[in-house]
Design a binder for this molecule. Structure first.
Ligand code: NDP
Length: 333
């Protein structure tokens, strides 16, 4: 399978190009950039044969089977719709779009065209999160009562661009990180948040967009979820805790792009370290996508997963702005 990269992005450069090339028979043929020189430099740096400033060149190429969209967030919807219309399979970055209605349109278009459409939620591919999900679903924790998510990080200097100052292209910590936490909680519990309350603000980095947020979500089962996302915390460390009636899971340094961290199961017997696989998160996401294109199984996170994580993030932003509880609007999905 040959790929076109839609967007000369950092995430493609740091993780996804390698993950595509790790799949047998998969290669990257072309990269789209809005700037010809940057695109050519990017292609040269990553040994990609072609670069273009015209999406149509990639979509016209019959040798390109799939595109990976990792432009700024406001471009995901129009670029995905164009690619789907031309019969390309699409792996799209989160958030899928700027609105739930746009994201649903992308899912429906892919369904009717019969192409694979997936969301690149990397966390549910991590050995750590797969192990935590197994513990929950095996009943080892008893009835789950609450989940606390610690996802306040320090945005590296090289990413302190549109994310911290441009709402129009999808900046802000809510579309950037809350979507991942929503996907992880949904992945653990197999249910969707019903309503949320939140407070958001700027704590030193954001200009015109929020750089920090805390929220509380209600789940249909009654599980309470508390999350903290930020771009401005150099020393907080990440983690997730799942508390049940029989045991708690305490995981640290797991809300990350790398296969690292520690998990402990804590119960009346004490604290037991939980081992987990250290496979590459993005390689697993790509592997399941490639299998789905071959007609085997489903992508790790599909389009509906991307719609739902976006819906939760937008509800959090809305709740913070209104100062009241907001029901999550999944647009009928
Ligand atoms: P970047 O800022 O690196 O790239 C986004 C766009 O910015 C690119 O498409 C590029 O435009 C432009 N750009 C990149 N470098 C420069 C530069 N030096 N000067 C001017 N413009 C530049 O964003 P990220 O890679 O961090 O994020 C891209 C997408 O991926 C987002 O949707 C984000 O939410 C998502 N993401 C997902 C992650 C995950 O783990 N799932 C992790 C990180 C990001 P052009 O293509 O026109 O050249």
């Amino acid at each position: 399978m040959q790929w076109g990269l839609v967007g000369a992005s950092t995430i493609a450069s740091e993780h996804v190009i390698g993950a595509i090339r790790a799949q047998a028979g998969n290669s990257v043929k072309s990269v789209l950039s809005s700037d010809a020189q940057r695109g050519a430099d990017y292609a040269a740096r990553h040994s990609i044969a072609e670069s273009t400033t015209d999406l149509e060149v990639i979509l016209d190429d019959p040798e390109i089977d799939a595109v990976y969209i990792s432009t700024t967030n406001e471009k995901h919807h129009p670029q995905a719709m164009a690619a789907i219309a031309r019969g390309k399979h699409v792996l799209c970055e989160k958030p899928l779009a700027m609105t739930v209605a746009e994201a649903i349109e992308m899912v429906r278009a892919a369904d009717s065209k019969g192409v694979v459409f997936a969301t690149n939620h990397h966390l549910r591919n991590a050995g750590s999160h797969l192990a935590i999900r197994d513990l929950i679903q095996s009943g080892r924790l008893g009835e789950v009562l609450s989940i606390r998510v610690f996802h306040a990080v320090h945005l590296p200097a090289h990413l302190q661009g549109w994310r911290i100052n441009d709402a129009a292209v999808g900046g802000g910590v809510i579309p950037d990180i809350v979507v991942h936490d929503a996907d992880t909680v949904r992945f653990y519990l197999d249910e969707d948040p019903v309503d949320v309350v939140a407070k958001a603000g700027t704590s030193g980095m954001g200009q015109g967009v929020e750089d920090s947020v805390m929220s509380v979500w209600s789940m249909p089962s009654g599980v309470m979820v508390q999350t903290h996302e930020s771009f401005t915390h150099p020393f907080a460390g990440t983690g997730i805790e799942v508390h049940g009636t029989m045991a708690s899971v305490i995981a640290r340094n797991v809300m990350t792009q790398r296969p690292v961290g520690e998990i402990a199961l804590v119960d009346g017997e004490g604290r037991t370290p939980i081992p987990f696989s250290d496979h590459n998160l993005y390689a697993r996401s790509l592997s399941l996508f490639v299998d789905a294109v071959a007609g085997e199984g489903r992508p790790s996170a599909d389009g509906v997963d991307g719609v739902k994580s976006l819906a939760v993030a937008l509800a959090v932003r809305n709740a913070a702005s209104l100062g009241q509880a907001v029901t999550v609007d999944y647009g009928g999905l």
